[in-house]
Write a protein that binds this ligand. Structure first.
Ligand SMILES: *Cc1c(COP(=O)(O)O)cnc(C)c1O
Length: 409
């Protein structure tokens, strides 16, 4: 049977689990604990001999329904949801790495992820930050103890695109776990499994939820990685089905022990938001492309960073890998313009740190989200003091263009 489309699959996902009263949305279940037929049943659920819910920190029916939706979007095997995207990343890394291991990470990473990886260094995990736009830099960093390569699809704010396909081949050759943070593209624009990633991370807070009204994150096992080759799986999690070893350890050591569980109310918001993901993201990407083209040809803008521009170093790669070029772009203003005054002249673009909202948002990155890392590191990431990042929303393009024109006087 042909695979059903993104909308059909997602919109009808909650009904597969015979929801109570025939409701079309999985209900919000606030209960933290569960009752059983009898005490034997309780024990069997805890021992994994029977399916069932044990405690709200590990499992909740509303959250499970969301996990199933994300797994289908990613064409994966299984997903675990967390309270935030950062909880998904920290819990996954802490569950799968130990001291003495080596992690290779892209040098162009979401700031908090980069900051967390420096925390891992304090626990005896070696981290190499490399320019992942060229696979040879990753290859040169591989050592005997390299366990994980971690990259993003479109980096923020300078929109570099990792050499996703070649890194996937390299990781397969060396049996290294390949983790791709798919937040910027989402499963609508790109499937990490297509480049052999073993795990795909999504900050649901961004495009999947889409409305800026709930935090959440997931990690999805794509089914591409052979967990038998991974040396850090604990014996207790080595069940007969090796394909589940990794996600089980993430669930037990990451979610259960570290406790960053997603709440059922947030899960409901994120599930509802996800239903319109392709509609929203296509429109935001189209707006972003038009605005980036406008900015590139404007005399008061020095440089425009957007993968959909011919001038972008990875323009071809982006076109080959992604359905569209994303909804984030950045600019460097001409010297005579002040980035604060420029943003203050905008009213259709809100000065805000988030991204993936339906509203257009802009932020002077060197002074805010990348302030803590210092000028030197910013320079290596291609972040200048006058750089502004835009997360483009769903407003009418004419309104956005007019607002950019007004602000560039
Ligand atoms: C926002 C973001 C995260 C973290 O997500 P939160 O839900 O804010 O914790 C991780 N990775 C990328 C690429 C992001 O943009």
């Amino acid at each position: 049977m042909p695979k059903k489309g993104f909308f059909t699959t997602n919109l009808h996902s909650d009904r597969e689990d015979s929801p109570e009263h025939g409701v079309l949305h999985k209900a919000i279940h606030p209960s933290v604990a569960y009752g059983y037929e009898d005490s034997h049943h309780l024990a069997e659920v805890f021992q994994g001999k029977r399916d069932g819910y044990n405690y709200g920190r590990q499992l909740n029916p509303t959250v499970t329904a969301l996990q199933n939706r994300i797994t289908k979007m990613e064409s994966g095997r299984a997903s675990v949801a967390f309270a935030t995207g950062m909880a998904a990343i920290t819990s996954t890394m802490l569950a799968l790495l130990k001291s003495g291991d080596h992690l290779i990470a892209s040098a162009f990473l979401f700031g908090n992820t980069a900051s967390f990886f420096t925390t891992l260094e304090r626990f005896g995990i070696e981290v190499s930050f490399v320019d992942a736009t060229d696979m040879s830099n990753v290859a040169a960093a591989v050592k005997d103890n390299t366990r994980v390569v971690f990259v993003e699809t479109i980096a923020n704010p300078a929109t570099q695109i990792a050499d996703l396909e070649a890194i996937g081949e390299l990781c397969s050759t060396y049996s290294i776990l390949y983790v791709v943070d798919n937040t910027m593209t989402s499963p609508h624009l790109f499937l990490p499994r297509s480049v052999n990633a073993g795990l795909s991370v999504n900050a649901l807070t961004k495009y999947i939820g889409g409305h800026g009204n709930a935090l959440g994150g997931t990690v999805t096992d794509t089914g591409r990685f052979n967990w038998e080759s991974y040396p850090n799986i604990l014996d207790t999690y080595k069940s007969d089905d090796h394909s589940m070893w990794g996600i089980t350890q993430i669930k037990k050591k990451g979610l259960r022990d570290m406790g960053g569980a997603l709440g059922p109310e947030a899960a409901h918001h994120l599930a509802v938001g996800s239903e319109t993901l392709p509609l929203r993201l296509d429109r935001a990407c189209d707006n972003a492309l038009a605005l980036a083209e406008f900015c590139e040809s404007h005399p008061r803008i020095k440089k425009t960073f957007y993968p959909g521009l011919n001038s972008h170093p990875q323009y071809q790669r982006a076109g080959n890998l992604f359905k569209k070029y994303g909804a984030i772009f950045s600019v460097e203003l001409a010297d005579e313009l002040d980035c604060f005054e420029f943003l203050n002249r905008m009213d259709t673009v809100v000065s805000s740190s988030n991204l993936g909202d339906n509203r257009s948002l802009g932020i002077p990155v060197a002074h805010t989200i990348f302030h803590e890392m210092g000028a030197e590191r910013r320079a290596t990431m291609g972040i200048s003091d006058s750089m502004i990042r835009f997360s483009v929303g769903l407003e009418e393009l004419d309104d956005l263009l007019r607002n950019f024109e007004e602000a560039l006087v």
